[in-house]
Design a protein. Structure first.
Lengths: 164, 336
């Protein structure tokens, strides 16, 4: 099952990228995520591994995932190493006016589960989709707040430079 | 052609162990052998002209039953099949989510690595919800790669569902099997209250009753593994459990031959009046909540030579407190 949600954030792609690439932020903005811990030496970047869990229905699903694509500040994708099969992708593109279009793609399933697997993927879809939407809304809030803070700091610095 | 008598005796010899569980197994297998002999005699007398065919048919059927029972009551850790578990997670998830609206709290309390003994209260009769929900929660949280075994009653493993349950990690309840799994670094789930607790009347649903069974404490001490209490609420609302029927088990001899201390009586679907619950029942969709407690290192908490009774009282008290807390949250039966 593949789900796709997107949102436009009033912030530069680099700012959005810096926020989503930092594993310390995962629990702050990713809805339904109950665990996102660095596993191994690499914290950020290609090959970084995280132990993650997402609450879906009655279970916390997840496992070990690995970053398999890391093209700053455009695309970051991960794939499951253990646990339920999953692939995720953050796709950032310029939207004009200093804004960024953020796309969150998430595919999941259990290979070999047959018809029951097909049914369960569809039953889980509304819950997972809600998590994706809420994650994007929370990301937008967090990053736009950071963008405003940076803009205000820049303006203040410019005013101080002009009066000096 | 398989001779049921020989197979019954062979099963008895193979299952022989110089311990309590071994003797219980012997009793079960011995009774199977006796059943095989009786079956053959009965068929022999009744079949007349069809004597040969009848005997062969009975021999095949009872021989297969003897082989099945022998296989079920031994333990092979390799029977657990992670790929099979993974492929069946969707089914467990659908049942847990849609039917039981299950909620498992604090699975993160289970130590991340190493052997651990999970000790639970048992609910819901022979269609116990936590045997679906708990392995699901464990497998999705830690991954199917982490070995996880559940100790089950002999009859459960000897039933037609036995081969499937073994692939999930179920093994016949005995100290030897549990020790073997713990030595291999696995997590082991045990319900000490067993058939006594799982069939308790519905009005005792908020009571932890491990029936005074302390074997799991000795097991944890011997294997030097932490104990994690796991408390379930809601299972006793999946039917109206009226009586354990301990008197019925004695009357029918089920306590001696089948290790059944109870022959429960309940009102449940689709049978309405359900005696024995041997064929299970359709459980009501009661909300199931499971709370996983903090791990207890028995040597650390109770000293180098802990008093088993003291540990038992502490642990059951802890589980009862947790169950009381869960019961206080519950507004309506079944609905939750």
């Amino acid at each position: 099952m593949r789900l796709n949600e997107s949102i436009v954030v009033a912030a530069r792609p680099q700012l959005v990228w810096d926020y989503i690439a930092d594993p310390a932020n995962a629990l702050h903005f990713m809805s339904g995520i109950t665990r996102w811990e660095v596993e191994g030496e690499t914290r950020i970047g290609l090959g970084a591994r995280y132990r993650m869990l997402m609450r879906v229905g009655s279970a916390e699903m997840g496992g070990l995932v690995e970053i398999v694509e890391f093209s700053e500040p455009l695309d970051m994708a991960w794939s499951s190493v253990t646990g339920v099969d999953q692939r995720g992708r953050w796709r950032l593109r310029k939207a004009g006016g200093g804004r960024t279009r953020v796309e969150f793609r998430f595919a999941y399933g259990v290979a070999g589960a047959g018809l029951i697997g097909y049914v369960s993927e569809r039953v889980a879809a509304p819950s997972v989709r809600r998590h994706l939407r809420e994650s994007l809304v929370q990301l937008k809030r967090e990053v736009e707040h950071e963008q405003q803070r940076q803009d205000a700091a820049r303006r203040q610095a410019e005013r101080e430079a002009a009066t000096a | 052609m398989a001779d049921p008598t020989v197979l019954g005796e062979q099963a008895k010899r193979n299952g022989a162990h110089a311990n309590d569980s071994g003797r219980a197994r012997d009793a079960a297998l011995g009774s199977l052998g006796a059943a095989a002999r009786a079956g053959t005699r009965t068929f022999g007398r009744a079949s007349g002209g069809l004597l040969g065919a009848g005997r062969r048919l009975a021999g095949d059927a009872l021989g297969a039953a003897a082989r099945q029972a022998q296989r079920a009551l031994t333990a092979d850790l390799d029977d657990r099949d992670p790929d099979y578990i993974r492929e069946n997670l969707p089914l467990s998830w659908l049942l847990a989510t849609l039917w039981y609206r299950a909620e498992v709290r604090n699975m993160g309390n289970v130590p991340e690595r190493g052997p651990v003994l999970l000790v639970g209260n048992h609910t819901g009769g022979n269609m116990s919800p936590e045997v679906i929900v708990l392995p699901l929660a464990f497998s999705t949280y830690f991954g199917v790669e982490r070995p996880f075994y559940q100790l089950a009653h002999n009859l459960v493993l000897a039933s037609p569902a036995g081969p499937f349950l073994r692939r999930y990690g179920a093994m016949a309840a005995s100290h030897e099997h549990a020790e073997e799994a713990l030595r291999a670094g696995a997590a082991v789930l045990v319900f000490p209250g067993g058939d006594w607790e799982v069939h308790r009347p519905s009005w005792e649903r908020n009571k932890v009753d491990l029936a005074g069974r302390r074997g799991f404490i000795k097991l944890a001490l011997k294997a030097n593994v932490p104990v994690v209490p796991v408390v379930t609420i809601g299972g006793q609302e999946t039917a109206l459990f009226l009586s354990r029927g301990a008197w019925l088990a004695k009357l029918t001899g089920a306590d001696r031959y089948l290790r059944l201390k109870v022959l429960p009586i309940s009102l449940s679907l689709p049978w309405i009046l359900n005696v024995g619950d041997l064929f299970g029942h359709l459980p009501l969709p009661a909300k199931i909540t499971i709370e996983v407690g903090r791990p207890i290192d028995l040597h650390e908490q109770f000293g180098p030579d802990p008093d088993v009774d003291e540990v038992y009282d502490h642990l059951t008290g802890l589980m009862q407190d947790t169950l009381d807390g869960l019961a206080a949250e519950r507004r309506f039966p079944v609905i939750g």
